[in-house]
Design a protein around this ligand. Structure first.
Ligand SMILES: *Cc1c(COP(=O)(O)O)cnc(C)c1O
Length: 376
C-alpha cells in the first residue's frame, strides 16, 4: 500500500491501525453480523461503543465529574451559535466577551453577535512590537493579563489553536486577576484537543470537531460544566440545547454513530500510545523539528511570534513566492500531501496532528532541505 504523508489541516490523517481495525470490522462488528453503520443507536452493541468512547475520552483528558461529555453534530461552526444560545442568558446580562486571535476566533465572534451584546476582550488585528521584534496582524497574541473582561459577562470565548494562522493559546487567563472570577472560559479546541492536558478548573465549555485530532468529520466533542446547563434561550433548537443532549446521553436524536465509533477507536489508540502526555511531548518534538529547520533556512520563513507558534499547524512561506507552485508539485510527487497554505495566508502549511509521526516530519524536512539546495 502506498501511504504518503498527509499534512492536511482537517479532515486529516488517521492512525493506520485505526483504519485497518475499522476495515476488518466493517461488515461484521464483533460477531454481530452487522456493520456499526447498520446498528440501531439504541442497540446494546452501539450503547457499548458509545459508553466506551465516553469513558476513554474522560480518562484521556481527566475530565472532572462536574463536566458532561457530549457527542454532538454541526462541527465547531455550529458551536459558534450553540454556545451563545445556551449560555448568554445565564447571568441575565446578555453579554459575552471574545478574544480575537485569528480567523476562527473572528468567526465565533461574528456568529455570536446574532445573540447578544458581544465585546472584544483583546485582539491581535493590529501589528505589534514584542521584545524588539515586529509582528503583523494575527501573528501574535495579546498577553492574557491585558484582556478586558466584563465581570457580568456570561462567558469569555477564546480559540485555543488558530488552525489557519498557526497560533496556539497555551496560557489560560487568570479570571480572578482580570476582575471576572465568575466568568467561565469557553475554549474552541477544534484543532488541538487531545494534544495536551487540559486544565478544566477555569473552563466552562470546551468544544471541537473530531476531524483534526480525534477521528473523522461528523461528530463534535463538547465538554460542558454541569452548572451551566439549563439556561438555553427559548428559541434554542432542542438538538442544540446542551441540557437536552446531556439528559439523553447524546442520543436526543440519532447521533453520528459511525463517527463516534471511529473516534472511539482513535481514543483507544491514544491510550495505547501513552495518552495525552505522550501526544504533548511528541507534538513539541515534531513542531520544534520543523520550526527549527525553517528558522535555520535561507529560503523559508514563519512569521508568527516564536513564543506563540502552534504545535499543530505550521504555516511557512517561501521568500521567493514564484517557487510555490514547484514546491507544491514536487512535494506531492515526493509523497508529501496537502501542503498548500490557506488562501488567506498563502504559501504552505503543514498540519502535525496526533496521527502524524515524527518520521513524517523528518521526511518533510528532508524534502525542504533538498528543495533549498536546488533553489536556494
Ligand atoms: C476546523 C475548525 C473549526 C470549524 O470546524 P467545522 O467542524 O468545520 O465546523 C472551528 N474552529 C477551529 C479552531 C477549527 O480548526
Amino acid at each position: 500500500m502506498n501511504r504518503p504523508w498527509n499534512f492536511a489541516a482537517g479532515p486529516s490523517t488517521l492512525p493506520l491501525e485505526v483504519l485497518q481495525q475499522a476495515a476488518a470490522e466493517m461488515c461484521d462488528w464483533h460477531g454481530s453480523g452487522t456493520s456499526v453503520m447498520e446498528m440501531s443507536h439504541r442497540s446494546k452493541q452501539f450503547g457499548r461503543i458509545r459508553d466506551e468512547a465516553e469513558a476513554d475520552l474522560r480518562s484521556l483528558l481527566a475530565v472532572p465529574d462536574d463536566f458532561e461529555v457530549l457527542f454532538m453534530q454541526g462541527g465547531g461552526s455550529a458551536q459558534n451559535a450553540i454556545v451563545p444560545l445556551n449560555l448568554i442568558d445565564r447571568t441575565g446580562s446578555g453579554r459575552a466577551d471574545y478574544v480575537l486571535s485569528g480567523h476562527w476566533a473572528r468567526k465565533s465572534w461574528t456568529e455570536a453577535q446574532r445573540y447578544g451584546d458581544i465585546a472584544v476582550a483583546a485582539t491581535a488585528e493590529a501589528p505589534a512590537e514584542i521584545d524588539g521584534r515586529s509582528y503583523g496582524p494575527w501573528c501574535w497574541l495579546p498577553e492574557t493579563s491585558r484582556w478586558h473582561v466584563r465581570p457580568d459577562a456570561a462567558y469569555l470565548h477564546l480559540c485555543a489553536n488558530e488552525t489557519i494562522g498557526g497560533i496556539e493559546q497555551t496560557v489560560m487567563p487568570d479570571m480572578a486577576a482580570l476582575g471576572a472570577p465568575d466568568v467561565p472560559v469557553v475554549a474552541d479546541m477544534s484543532s488541538n484537543i487531545l494534544t495536551r492536558p487540559v486544565d478544566f478548573s477555569q473552563l466552562g465549555v470546551v468544544y471541537g470537531g473530531a476531524q483534526k485530532n480525534a477521528g473523522p468529520a461528523g461528530v463534535t466533542l463538547a465538554f460542558v460544566r454541569k452548572d451551566l446547563l439549563g439556561h438555553a434561550m427559548p428559541h434554542c433548537p432542542s438538538v442544540f440545547d446542551y441540557a437536552s443532549v446531556a439528559k439523553a446521553q447524546s442520543m436526543f436524536n440519532t447521533p453520528p454513530t459511525y463517527a463516534i465509533y471511529m473516534a472511539g477507536l482513535v481514543f483507544k489508540w491514544l491510550l495505547a500510545h501513552g495518552g495525552v502526555a505522550a501526544m504533548a511531548a511528541a507534538s513539541q518534538r515534531k513542531s520544534q523539528t520543523l520550526y527549527g529547520y525553517i528558522d535555520s533556512s535561507d529560503i523559508y520563513e514563519n512569521r508568527v511570534d516564536p513564543a506563540r507558534r502552534s504545535r499543530m499547524n505550521v504555516p511557512f512561506l517561501l521568500r521567493d513566492e514564484s517557487l510555490n507552485a514547484s514546491f507544491l508539485a514536487e512535494s506531492e510527487a515526493a509523497g508529501l500531501l496537502a501542503l498548500k497554505g490557506h488562501k488567506s495566508v498563502g504559501g504552505m502549511r503543514a498540519s502535525l496532528y496526533n496521527a502524524m509521526p515524527l518520521e513524517g516530519v523528518l521526511a518533510l524536512v528532508d524534502f525542504m532541505r533538498d528543495f533549498e539546495a536546488r533553489h536556494g
